[in-house]
Design a protein around this ligand. Sequence first.
Ligand code: SF4
Ligand code: ZN
Length: 287
Amino acid sequence: MTGFRERYLKTVHHTIERYRLVEPGDCIFVALSGGKDSGSALYTLTRYVEERGVECRLQPFHINLGFPFSQRVEEVVEEQAEFLGLSLKVFHASDYGVDMERIAKLPRPICSSCGLVKRYLMNRLPRELGATKLATGHHADDFIVFFFKNLLGGNLEWSSKFVPKLPTRGKQLGRIRPLFFVGGEENRRFAEEVGLPHLKEDLCPYSTYGCGVDRSKRMWLEVIDYISRRQRGFRRRMMTSIMRLAETLSTQRPETQPLRECRICGEPTSGEICAFCRLLEAQRRVD
Ligand code: SF4
Ligand code: ZN
């Protein structure tokens, strides 16, 4: 094994162990998008569970959004699960009333609607199938970008959930982020080195700089890359500070308000009707 691969695995496994992301008896649903990040999250979790002999279940799953290119994405995700000897669960957003073609015609950014659909189904479907945790491929660069955006926007408290593990809260399934201390480029290199199948280009026609990446995120990613090439340990130190800040913020402002349940679908929401049901309602009104 190369020095890089060893260091990468050591960092991720240390994160899993230190923050108890995997515990005996867990049923962890791992969300796969076909990319290097979620694929690396599944790979490292699988290796961790095998090496430590943890009695738990890892269940990779994918949400097929119903775009014309979604079939190709699903094939790659199938290859990833097969590569690791796991069976995949695929859910179709259309089975839950989603029509991305109609949603694309709404006067709101398509990536924001797409993200909303994914977040909603990624919470609801695994939970209904008995998941104890949801694992995602969110990594250090994602959190650092959001942190800077929140800081500059005067919304520092929005960073209060930037931690490797969020506990289950009512119907809100607990989240684990094994890649919390590694960046996107490291995930790409790791996936390449271990031969993990993954999408190398963006298939979505709505993607400008990458799936869900806008101009400002692109700029921040370049800044992070610039600094980390000149300052060793930048990502790790940033993430340690962001995590400490998040812990302080959530201690100072504990979530006292219980989450309500959507009047239509029963899923968690802060209002009367959840954003997903409101999106479906708007979609119905599209000609
Ligand atoms: Fe969805 Fe990604 Fe396409 Fe945006 S770029 S619409 S987030 S798949
Ligand atoms: Zn709802």
